[in-house]
Design a protein around this ligand. Sequence first.
Ligand code: PXP
Length: 238
Amino acid sequence: MARLSVNVDHVATLREARRISEPDPVTAAAIVELAGADGIIVHLREDRRHIKDRDLRLLKQTVKSKLNLEMASTEEMIRIALEVKPDMATLVPEKREELTTEGGLDVNMNREIIKNSVALLKDGEIVVSLFVDPDIDQITAAHRVGADYVEIHTGTFCDAKDRIEEEKELDRILTAVKMAGELKLGINAGHGLNYLNIKRLTGINEIEEFSIGHSIISRALFVGLDQAVREMIALINN
Ligand code: PXP
C-alpha cells in the first residue's frame, strides 16, 4: 500500500495573507500526522512566500513520521538542509514568478549542479529525491547523478483535458515508473493529485508514496483537516 505525505505549504500561504501567526503549518502537521499520514512536506522557497525558516525548524523538532523538504538546488538551501536534517530532501526547480512548481527538474541540463547537491545532501545522511517529469531520459539522469528517489511529476496527467490525453499521460507515467524500478530508484509521485484522479494511480504498485497538498488543504476548509486526510488515505488504500 502506498504511503501519503501531505504538503502543508497552503496553511502557511493563508497565514501569510495576513502576515500574522495563524493558521500555523506546525499545528496542521500535527493534525495531519494524528489522522494517519505517513509524512509531512514543506517547500522552503527562496522568497519565503509561505513556509518560513521557523516553520522548518519547528517541524524538524515536532514531526514524528517523516519530514520531506522540497528545495531548490542552491547553496543557501543545501546549507539549511544540512543544518536542519530533514529525513528527505526533494530537489525541485524554482522560479520566482510561478504560483507553484511548474514542471520537473531538467537533470540532464543541470547535471553537474544537481550531482553536487545530491552528493552533499547524501553526505549529510539525507535521502535525496528529484522531482522529474515522467520522461525516461530524466529518470536515467536522476539515477546517474546518484539520487535515491524520483518523485514523478503528475501535473500534466492531472491537467489532461480529455480521456485521450489522460491515457497518454498515464502511459508516460507507467513507462517512467518501469524505468525507475529497473534502475532501483525509489518512486514517489505528486502534483495536482486530488480525490478523483488519485484512483487512476493507486493501482501502480511501484509508487511508494503520494505527495499531496492543495486538494487536501482545500477539502479541509469544508470537512476539517483530520477528515480530509483520512478520506485521502482511504482512497489510496482502496
Ligand atoms: N510535489 C512537489 C514537488 C510539489 O512542488 C508540490 C507542490 O508544492 C506537490 C508535490 C504537491 O502538489 P499539490 O499541492 O498540487 O498537491
